[in-house]
Design a protein around this ligand. Structure first.
Ligand code: FES
Length: 69
């Protein structure tokens, strides 16, 4: 259930916004693994990984729900 109070828009560990990650990934056709090597996102706590996966698949860069898978 979306919660507008909740705003998840970045990899907190590496302070990389999903918008920036998407830009980098799209510009150079990077996979999630390549993006992780490049920007560090997903290599800390890993909790941004499902968001980044969805971000790359759909272009969504701001989330209002918890995604755990
Ligand atoms: S939030 Fe991205 S690795 Fe922790």
């Amino acid at each position: 259930m979306p919660d507008q109070q909740l705003r998840i828009d970045r990899c907190v560990c590496h302070d990389v916004t999903f918008e920036r990650a998407l830009e980098v990934a799209k510009g150079r056709s990077l996979s999630l693994d390549q993006l992780a090597d490049e920007l560090g996102c997903t290599t800390g706590c890993g909790s941004c990984e499902p968001y980044l996966r969805r971000c790359l698949a759909t272009g969504q860069v701001v989330f209002h729900e918890i995604i755990e898978d």
